[in-house]
Design a protein around this ligand. Structure first.
Ligand SMILES: O=C([C@H](O)CO)[C@H](O)[C@H](O)COP(=O)(O)O
Length: 210
């Protein structure tokens, strides 16, 4: 199980200084969708240049023109690129093909997918690297989470790794760990803490203890 820090509400200098605080305690750093919207793929490039040994995920949430967008994110230095599970099969296949060509990985974000079980089976067969259940900010605001969704996909996914994102905090981490995803994605659960390093360190310990 690995820990991914999601950076959503920062600019590039803030992202770099935050990563410096916690880099020993995370496996992957996510350049979040709002950061990419505000700063472009430059954010991915500058973070990868500053932390060449850290795995960098570009949360592009691709919906179309997948091969092209995966190529551009790869050129910027992203190791993992996200596409939406709701995208067309052709887009998913295009993303996987381009990622293979570039030596990168694809994480599929299942946000807003209704038939999680059916779509997870299809995505698994397309050869995506990760399938991620995700409760976005707008559903977190009405009290939802993805813990049951993780169990649902874990039952059917055979080859891809599984991941979970959306409002995970120190208090809810034990429930997530029980379901044994391959990747745990945490944003505000670390970035909103006064002591971000301590929060990341504690989460890392809990995850390593499994
Ligand atoms: O993907 C995300 C969201 O859609 C905003 O782009 C977040 O990175 C993801 O939800 C993790 O952040 P937290 O919910 O704050 O843990």
């Amino acid at each position: 199980m690995q820990l991914q820090l999601a950076l959503d509400l920062v600019n590039i200098p803030e992202a770099i200084s935050l990563i410096k605080e916690v880099e020993q305690h995370i496996d992957v750093v996510e350049i979040g969708t709002p950061v990419v919207i505000n700063e472009g793929l430059r954010a991915v490039k500058e973070v990868k240049e500053a932390f060449p040994d850290l795995t960098v995920l570009a949360d592009l949430k691709i919906m179309d023109a997948a091969g092209y967008e995966v190529m551009k994110a790869s050129e910027a230095g992203a190791d993992i690129i996200t596409i939406l599970g709701a995208a067309e099969d052709e887009s998913i296949k295009g993303a996987v093909e381009e990622a293979k060509k570039q030596g990168r990985k694809i994480l599929v974000d299942m946000i807003a997918v209704k038939d999680l079980e059916g779509r997870a089976k299809e995505l698994d067969a397309f050869g995506v690297d990760y399938i991620c259940v995700h409760t976005g900010y707008d559903l977190q605001a009405v009290g939802q989470n993805s813990f049951e969704d993780l169990m649902t996909i874990k039952k059917v996914v055979k080859n891809s790794k599984t991941a979970i994102a959306g409002g995970i905090k120190l208090e809810t981490l034990p429930e997530v760990i029980k379901a044994q995803p391959d990747l745990v994605i945490v944003g505000g659960g670390i970035t909103s803490q006064d002591n971000k390093k301590a929060a990341a360190e504690k989460m890392q310990q809990m995850i390593q203890q499994g």
